[in-house]
Unconditional design. Structure first.
Length: 490
């Protein structure tokens, strides 16, 4: 029995009683519920275990409230997933709606567009069914108000309305989801066009090495550009990134926040070299903490700051600092990747699986370590090794380097560490960071009157992806294609 046959038989055991037309809806709802509830349940469990351990270490502490609140919190999470305006219902509406609407739309196209081929009518019915379902599904998700996207509206003194009931609502809560769908649709369209071009060029024996290199480098390039944009935003405009994303990058980068603030002030012009603008205290305090001469942190005296300040205690050598960064980042990443890899290896506990898990964790840790190292070394290249020889060593050049050029160099280099990962992982990671990079270019909140445009982009993008999955599942790359293919099949 093949793996596909075994998986199919296993699925029929639990959804065999469901009518074929409703199976995609049921699968989508259960998958959405699991993805929405499982992470919150895991977090709650870890918090509960931590509290119990703390209570055991401190017998005087009253743990009765925590013991009572755990079942209540558990029930609240399970009930929250059933809210009709949350992610599980959204998944069911999009997937189930596209399935249920396809047949009546196909019948309508058979009557109204009889001159079209049967294949064209099927594609049109699938696209419009998915478009309508995605539009309604996203509107359902957008109907739930969020505290971050509402605020009290200003009330005129002569107004007789209750000021407490007035509020301004903003759109943007579903922007990340829309950008995810948009990048996936763009990947499908560009990938299909490129595949047809390649087939035509190969048939005519005109496929070149340059085109082959482009095929292999497009995913690393997308990741590098996206990562660079995200890192630039993290340095200069962190409010455009989600809070959890900011926190994770800060933890991985392990940088003194005073150094980040100094770079921000250099770019804004608040901190200027060879001029006393009252900024000496910022890095002056950092110099005191690290045992450096205090004048290193005074921009009126030190033009520029010594690169040792960027190294944060690793000595004056940029190369030694790079090696040290890689070693520390590799250890930090292994603490995350190794347990996950070993957990996956438990499914087939043998020596080969263990070795594979170790190599997988080491490879991913090397990628992340190289990412962080290349960012810092890019900064050093621009500040010390290469930048001054190209842009000059005068005050204006130093200001320009620390005002953005050095960070830009780090952002340009860091993402190319993706070449250390396997080709299969590169495409998944590129498609993961691309929508997050696009989000840095758009406002996190915008006027509610323009929400229809976001909804239209999401609906059209989802329609493209769903139509492609039903006709050529392999064209939707990565894990998403496999998941949607298994959900949408009868």
């Amino acid at each position: 029995m093949t793996l596909t046959t075994a998986l199919g038989a296993r699925r029929r055991k639990w959804d065999g009683a469901v009518p074929p037309l409703l199976r995609p809806l049921v699968r989508a709802y259960l998958l959405g519920y699991a993805s929405a509830v499982a992470p919150r349940l895991l977090t709650l469990l870890l918090q509960h275990l931590t509290r119990r351990r703390t209570a055991a270490d401190s017998p005087k502490r009253n743990g009765h409230h925590n013991a009572q609140s755990f079942p209540d919190s558990l029930l609240a999470i399970l009930r929250g997933g059933l809210d009709p305006r949350r992610f599980p219902a959204f998944c069911a509406a999009v997937v189930g709606g596209s399935t249920l609407l396809e047949l009546p739309l196909r019948a309508a196209f058979n009557k109204l567009a009889g001159s079209l081929s049967n294949v064209a009518r099927i594609r049109l019915s699938r696209w419009f069914a998915s478009f309508i379902a995605a539009w309604l599904g996203l509107r359902l998700l957008q109907s739930k108000q969020s505290a971050g996207f509402t605020e009290p509206a200003p009330v005129r003194p002569d107004s007789h309305l209750d000021a407490g009931r007035q509020e301004s609502r903003y759109a943007g809560r579903t922007l990340d989801l829309t950008l995810f769908a948009f990048t996936r649709a763009l990947d499908v369209i560009v990938g299909e066009l490129w595949t047809r071009r390649k087939a035509h060029r190969l048939a005519s024996q005109r496929w070149t090495r340059l085109e082959d290199a482009i095929s292999r480098l497009v995913d690393p390039a997308v990741f590098a550009v996206s990562s660079g944009l995200i890192m630039w935003t993290w340095i200069y405009n962190p409010s455009r990134l989600p809070r959890a994303y900011n926190k994770w990058i800060g933890s991985a980068a392990a940088v003194d926040p005073r150094l980040i603030e100094a770079l921000q002030r250099c770019r804004s012009g608040e901190l200027q070299y060879a001029r006393d603008t009252g900024q000496g205290r910022l890095l002056g305090a950092m110099c005191d903490d690290y045992g450096w001469p205090r004048h290193w942190g005074d921009p009126a005296v030190s033009v520029p700051f010594p690169c040792e300040v960027v190294h944060m205690g690793c000595g004056p050598s940029c190369e030694v600092h790079a090696v040290s960064r890689f070693a520390r980042s590799f250890r930090w990443a292994m603490a995350t990747y190794l347990p996950l890899s070993l957990l996956l290896a438990v499914r087939s506990p043998n020596r080969r699986g263990l070795i594979k898990a170790l190599f997988s964790a080491a490879r991913s840790s090397a990628f992340l370590g190289a990412f962080i190292t290349l960012f810092y070394y890019g900064v050093c290249l621009a500040r010390t090794r290469v930048g001054p020889h190209i842009l000059g060593k005068h005050v204006e050049a130093r200001q320009r380097i620390d005002g953005g050029v050095c960070v830009g160099a780090g952002c340009f280099l860091c993402g190319w560490s993706i070449l250390l990962e396997k080709a299969g992982r590169r495409k998944d990671m590129a498609l993961f960071v691309a929508p997050r990079a696009l989000a840095t270019l758009l406002p996190r909140r915008y006027d509610l009157s323009r929400q229809w445009l976001e909804t239209a982009v999401f609906a059209a993008s989802t329609a493209v992806v769903f139509t492609c999955v039903l006709e050529n599942k392999a064209r939707v790359r990565g894990v998403l294609g496999s998941v949607l293919g298994s959900v949408l099949e009868p």
